[in-house]
Write a protein that binds this ligand. Structure first.
Ligand SMILES: Nc1ncnc2c1ncn2[C@@H]1O[C@H](COP(=O)(O)OP(=O)(O)OP(=O)(O)O)[C@@H](O)[C@H]1O
Ligand SMILES: [Mg+2]
Length: 654
């Protein structure tokens, strides 16, 4: 036996402990051992009593114990055996006066290792018994270690999140792990003995399976993605690897298939793609809207100027009116596109959401008609949110319009608010980066026709509509989505065909206190003036039209095509400039930087900003206030002059 010779070649001498009263036995054994030192290097200690032995055993790691057992001292054997079995497994040999079969059987039962009659205690027998005991012990240790490893491996397979299937060489299932049961819906005893083809979905051709079989039967490992079918008929994607298991002679006996469910990964990828698509569309929409706003400003401005020149009753006047109306509708469209692209300028105030919504809610019944019952259920303890009330109005109007369209025969629409704390347990399953924290939740519910599952992933996309041509632009929900995102919120839609729809909007709460709402500056009917205005605008037609109109209103108008020219004009102009009207995004010097420069030399100068869009960077300048000195393009000339009047009469620190 190979193992039996192992202790002989062990580099370290083996420590042996003799437990027994007799001094002469100690000398005898020591003598025997010293003679075999070359093949079995060892050192021998002697313990006279069990107590002494226990003490020594605690101090030193012994490799073998020789235990002298007087006939009838079974109690001592039991004690020692107990001691040895408290975790330490040291092989030991009992040296007994007379080794009758019963004693030997009893000793082996106790878990001891070997037994030697003292009458046979000669050198050769002792050494042989020692070698045999040590070899047996080594084997047992190896077996234990192998069992332990097997136990760990089996646990790993049982607890793995990946599916594991073991089949025999013919492909009959011998084992499936719990992950397999969870994913496929088949219980282990339902599939044992069956072929994995029970999972076939029909999504792959016959040749795919043939190729897999040919590969693995040739001893190669197959790796690939398969579409399989669960017990309930549902399809799932799985990343599969199948490898052969060979016996010591190299023959394939089994196959092991490991599979990773890709459903979740695919879902996340889809979500990411969707988010990226929305982002790209948003950027495109923002860019288009910005250019459109300049064009629309030119159209409306010249229409207004032309209308002013036409005598009333002139048939061209009604035609110009139509142009103006069309431009206004186009302006509304670009306003929605801007909202979607999150570039819509906002007048953010920390507001009491219930107050804002209840004001808007008053106007909703008129919008949705009498057949629809409307309820607003304000929740308690709502945290303050930072929101533009006009944007809130846009959100609710769009959702209410959709609900109205989904309930042509009447129904019920409700808006509910509540205070929610999103913790890790909520945020994690959504797998989307939502910061934990306090949110105000707005739930808009209708019991209309609902949204079919194939439409649901698309409803927030701009221009997605199921309404007949001319009835829906498909921008309603895109606008809502854009505004919610701009406000760092989240929106979910839940719906099923025929079951109505629920929209949930989470807006993050802020720490600040709510501010009183400031009423918006209204468009004045007539807003003439005689002050000096400096008009800074890079688009010549926009500038020309505005300058012409403002001069007609009585103002002195200086014009500059960019910030640098404006600065030079102010420096050289002997008379005082009362108000600078500037575009925000311009070449050379932006409106924000121009304002900063101007305020340095002329701290009393008044400013009015106009823009096709106001991105976050522009808003960050903090020198303008959307409600006080900002005008969104496209504007009508009348809105412009009203805003100019308001800016002129405002107090600087207001
Ligand atoms: N509450 C709802 N119930 C049923 N379907 C809805 C609901 N809200 C939205 N939808 C579906 O989502 C689509 C997109 O809505 P969205 O508001 O973006 O555009 P629209 O209403 O079609 O057009 P627009 O709002 O621009 O006039 C709708 O055409 C409709 O199919
Ligand atoms: Mg709509």
């Amino acid at each position: 036996m190979l193992a039996a010779t192992q202790p002989a070649i062990a580099p370290q001498p083996i420590s042996i402990l003799l437990v027994g009263e007799k001094e002469e036995d100690f000398f005898l054994i020591r003598d025997i051992l010293s003679r075999t030192r070359r093949t079995l290097p060892s050192e021998l200690d002697h313990a006279h009593t069990l107590g002494e032995a226990q003490k020594l055993l605690r101090q030193k790691p012994y490799g073998l114990i020789l235990f002298e057992h007087e006939t009838g001292d079974a109690e001592a054997v039991r004690l020692l055996s107990e001691f040895l079995h408290e975790g330490v497994t040291i092989p030991f040999i009992v040296l007994t006066e007379d080794a009758n079969e019963q004693t030997v059987a009893g000793i082996i039962e106790e878990g001891n290792w070997n037994c030697l009659a003292k009458s046979q205690l000669d050198g050769a027998t002792l050494i042989r018994t020692m070698r045999c005991t040590l070899a047996l012990h080594g084997l047992k240790e190896e077996k234990l270690a192998a069992e332990e490893l097997l136990r760990k491996l089996s646990r790993a397979v049982e607890q793995s999140a990946d599916t594991v299937v073991i089949t025999d060489r013919e492909g009959n299932i011998e084992y499936v792990n719990p992950a397999f049961e969870r994913l496929t819906g088949y219980k282990r005893d339902q599939v044992l003995g069956l072929n994995p083809r029970i999972l076939k979905s029909g999504e792959q051709g016959r040749e795919v399976y043939e190729e897999i079989w040919n590969m693995i039967i040739a001893g190669q490992v197959y790796r690939g993605i398969l579409v399989n079918r669960k017990k309930n008929g549902e399809l799932y994607h799985i990343e599969q690897s199948i490898s052969p298991v060979r016996d010591p002679d190299g023959r394939i006996t089994h196959f092991i298939a490991n599979g990773r469910d890709l459903t979740e990964r695919n879902r996340l990828e889809e979500q990411l793609l969707q988010a990226q698509k929305m982002d790209a569309v948003g950027r495109l929409a923002g860019g288009v809207a910005h250019d459109f706003n300049n064009l629309l400003t030119i159209i409306t401005s010249y229409s207004e100027l032309a209308l002013d020149e036409l005598a009333s009753g002139n048939p061209a006047a009604s035609k110009m009116h139509e142009v103006l109306l069309a431009a206004r509708r186009a302006a509304e469209l670009t306003r929605q596109l801007l909202a979607f692209s999150r570039k819509q300028p906002r007048a953010l105030r920390v507001a009491d959401l219930n107050g804002v919504i209840s004001r808007i809610a008053k106007t909703l019944p008129r919008l949705i008609g009498e057949d629809i019952e409307f309820k607003f259920i304000p929740g308690d303890g709502l945290g303050p949110v930072r929101i533009d009330s006009l944007q809130m109005e846009q959100i609710l109007m769009n959702l209410a319009c959709n609900a109205r369209d989904a309930m042509p025969d009447g129904g019920c629409l409700s808006i509910e608010t509540s205070n929610v704390i999103l913790d890790a347990s909520y945020v994690h399953p959504k797998k989307i980066q939502i910061p934990v924290g306090r949110y105000a939740l707005i739930t808009v519910t209708d019991n209309g026709e609902g949204i079919p599952p194939e439409h649901l992933p698309h409803i927030f996309e701009p221009f997605f509509t199921t309404k007949p041509a001319g009835q829906g632009s498909g921008l309603g929900l895109a606008t809502v989505y854009g505004i919610v995102k701009q406000n760092k919120g989240f929106i979910w839609a839940y719906s099923e065909t025929g079951m109505g729809a629920i929209f949930k909007i989470y807006l993050p709460c802020v720490k600040e206190k709510t501010a009183p709402t400031i009423p918006l500056v209204q468009e004045a009917a007539s807003a003439r003036g005689s002050e000096t205005l400096l008009l800074v605008e890079d688009e010549a037609p926009v500038r020309n039209a505005a300058a012409e109109f403002l001069r007609l209103q009585g103002y002195t108008v200086l014009e500059a095509k960019d910030g640098a020219e404006a600065l030079a004009l102010v420096r050289d102009c002997p008379s005082r400039v009362d108000l600078v009207i500037t575009d925000v995004v311009m070449p050379n010097l932006s409106g924000g930087s121009l304002a900063k420069e101007l305020l340095r030399s002329r701290p009393d100068v008044k400013l009015l900003f106009v823009s096709g869009y106001a991105g976050e960077t522009v808003l960050d300048h903090k020198i303008f206030d959307l409600e006080r000195n900002f005008l969104q393009k496209p504007y009508t000339l009348r809105q412009l002059s009203a805003k100019i009047r308001a800016a002129l009469v405002s107090k600087p620190e207001e």
